[in-house]
Design a protein around this ligand. Structure first.
Ligand code: PEP
Length: 250
C-alpha cells in the first residue's frame, strides 16, 4: 500500500551539461516502474533542463530546498510556486546539511514543510541523529522529537503527501550505513510516533525512506525491512549505473 520512493539528492553537483548526460543515461536504463517511484533532485540551476528531459517519463523531479514564502524580497531564495512552475513534484526539507551549515531550526523546517504542502509539493522531510547522540542512547528520542516538530500543525488530510527520510547524520557521505536492523528499529519508532499523532491507519500510509550511504550492495537488504519504504541517496545517485541498480532493488 506504500509505493516505495527512491530519490537521488545531487546536492551541489552537476552542471547543466553533466545533469543532462546523467538523466539521459538514467532514462535509457530505467524501463517501466510499476511498483516503485524514482525521482532526481538536481541543483536549482539544472531543474529546467532536467524537467524537459523527464517530462512524460517514469522519472520524477524534486528540488533540494525552498523558501517558505510565495514571493517577496528574499534575495537568493526560491519559492514553492517557482518549483511547481518548473515541474517539481517533491522537495527535500531540513536535510542535515542545511540544519548543520545553514542553521535551519526545527521551527523553520516546519514552516518550510507547511509551505510545500500549501502549494501542492510533496515534502521529503529529513530527520536523524548525530554519532554522539546515538552513542548516548538518544537516537530515538531525538529523531521522534524532530518528527513531531516538523509536523506541527500539519493536518491529517495532508499526511499522504508527506515523506519522511530517516538519515542518521553519521551515515551521510561516510560509507558507514546503519545496519538494516538498526534502520528498521528507527523507522518503526518513527511510525509509532506518526500513529500517536495521527492514528495507526494514517501512520501506515506514510512513506519513510532511509538515507545514509545507500549503495548498490546494501539497498536490497534495506528495502527488505518492513518499515523502509524507499531511499534518499546522495553519492550513489551521481552515476547512472549505481543509481539504476538502487532503483531496481530486489
Ligand atoms: C543524502 O544526501 O541525503 C545522503 C544520504 O547522502 P549519501 O547517500 O552520500 O550518504
Amino acid at each position: 500500500m506504500r509505493i516505495p520512493l527512491i530519490a537521488g539528492n545531487w546536492k551541489m553537483y552537476k552542471t547543466v551539461g553533466e545533469a543532462t548526460t546523467l538523466v539521459r543515461d538514467l532514462l535509457a536504463g530505467l524501463g517501466e516502474l510499476s511498483d516503485r517511484e524514482a525521482i532526481v533532485c538536481p541543483p536549482f540551476t539544472a531543474l529546467a533542463a532536467v524537467a524537459a528531459l523527464v517530462a512524460d517519463s517514469p522519472l520524477g523531479l524534486g528540488a533540494q530546498n525552498l523558501y517558505p514564502e510565495a514571493q517577496g524580497a528574499f534575495t537568493g531564495e526560491v519559492s514553492p510556486p517557482m518549483l511547481v512552475d518548473i515541474g517539481c513534484r517533491y522537495v527535500i526539507i531540513g536535510h542535515s546539511e542545511r540544519r548543520q551549515y545553514f542553521g535551519e531550526s526545527d521551527a523553520f523546517v516546519n514552516r518550510k514543510l507547511r509551505a510545500a504542502l500549501a502549494h501542492g509539493l510533496r515534502p521529503i522531510v529529513c530527520v536523524g541523529e548525530s554519532k554522539p547522540q546515538r552513542d548516548a542512547g538518544q537516537a530515538e528520542p531525538i529523531v521522534t522529537a524532530q518528527v513531531r516538530a516538523a509536523l506541527l500543525e500539519v493536518p491529517p488530510a495532508q499526511m499522504a503527501n508527506v515523506v519522511i527520510a530517516y538519515e542518521p547524520i553519521w551515515a551521510i557521505g561516510t560509507g558507514d550505513t546503519a545496519t538494516p536492523a538498526d534502520a528498521q528499529a528507527m523507522h518503526a519508532a518513527i511510525r509509532a510516533t506518526l500513529a500517536e499523532l495521527y492514528g495507526a491507519e494514517i501512520a501506515a500510509t506514510v512513506r519513510i525512506q532511509y538515507g545514509g550511504s545507500v549503495k548498490p550492495d546494501n539497498i536490497d537488504e534495506l528495502m527488505a525491512q518492513p518499515d523502509i519504504d524507499g531511499a534518499l541517496v546522495g553519492g550513489a545517485s551521481l552515476q547512472a549505473a549505481s543509481f539504476l541498480r538502487i532503483i531496481h532493488y530486489q
